[in-house]
Design a protein. Structure first.
Length: 300
């Protein structure tokens, strides 16, 4: 297949592009903020003009990964705007380009996030569960809705709702690992909130599966079936690294210092389950937390 990929230089995109090449696909990388420097690259401006549809001619599939990172310590007004526009406007512009193509791609894989569900406590969540409330949940709902015109045009659209990715270089792991290694690792708030996760290898495999499996359509929860609480996840990281994790950081302090970042991420709970993937016969490479962390932390 000839596959166009946005966000190809990021954590997921880099690993995915390598796998696509290895599997014999042709890859067209959509790059921004610079002129194309290598064969197989085209420039796009997700915040501005519509992509020239002619540049996508012959593409069989599109994998859309681009988006402003939501990790960080504070969400300023400008940061919030970049988070939203990079997802909603970027996806809208990409979909408009696909609709303008004479021969449209067969499939669009456009990632979203489990933040779609908002803070849901102990509620067991599936693909059919409604959207939650809050900043990130609202953006995720808009983000996913921006793919609707592609569905209406007959393109098979798959929306992996990604959990935080566990890998050696993922921000999720690196920001938790340092305090644990230094002996000051802590869970957040009560620690009873559910924290879904997924290995980088599984994200890549799921995207590859979605290219060819016609049973995958619409939202697909991309999270390991073993969903721990925040306290369990951080303490398990400590066990894998041989370091104790003995206390939690009070929720009021986190809200005071980090504001919406604490509310929307650190203290938020999503008890999700990957029904669609398991029904499609997908076997997770790292289905349990211990194996996932051992791989990510180099403690096999």
């Amino acid at each position: 297949m000839r596959v166009a990929v946005t966000g190809s230089s990021g954590l997921i995109g880099s690993a995915l592009v390598e796998t696509l090449y290895r599997d014999g696909h042709q890859v067209l990388r959509l790059v921004r903020d610079r002129a194309p420097a290598n064969p197989g690259e085209i420039n796009w401006d997700p915040d501005g003009k519509i992509i020239d549809a002619d540049l996508l001619a012959g593409v069989d599939a599109v994998i859309h990964l681009a988006g402003e990172p939501i990790d960080g310590y504070w969400w300023t007004r400008a940061k919030r705007r970049r988070i939203r526009d990079s997802r909603v406007q970027g996806t809208t512009n990409l979909v408009n380009a696909l609709l303008a193509m004479e021969s449209k791609p067969e499939v669009l894989i456009s990632v979203s996030g489990i933040s779609y569900y908002g803070n849901r406590g102990d509620e067991l969540l599936g693909e059919d569960s409604p959207a939650g409330v809050g900043f990130l949940a609202g953006i995720a709902a808009e983000w996913e809705a921006a793919t609707r015109p592609a569905v209406d045009a007959g393109i098979r659209v798959v929306i992996p709702r990604l959990a935080p990715v566990i890998s050696a270089s993922s921000p999720f792991v690196t920001r938790l690992r340092l305090p644990v290694v230094l002996g000051v690792g802590a869970w957040f708030g009560s620690g009873r909130q559910y924290w879904p996760w997924i290995s980088l290898d599984d994200v890549v495999s799921i995207c590859s599966l979605a290219l060819t499996d016609d049973s995958l359509r619409g939202p697909v929860i991309a999270a390991a079936p073993d969903v721990p609480t925040c306290r369990t996840l951080v303490k398990t990281m400590g066990e894998v690294l041989g370091r104790p994790v003995l206390f939690g950081l009070p929720a009021p302090l986190l809200r005071l210092v980090l504001g919406d970042l604490a509310r929307g991420m650190l203290l938020s709970s999503q008890r999700v389950f990957p029904h669609a993937l398991l029904e499609a016969g997908y076997e997770f490479r790292y289905p349990d937390l211990v194996s996932g962390l051992r791989e990510a932390l180099g403690r096999r």
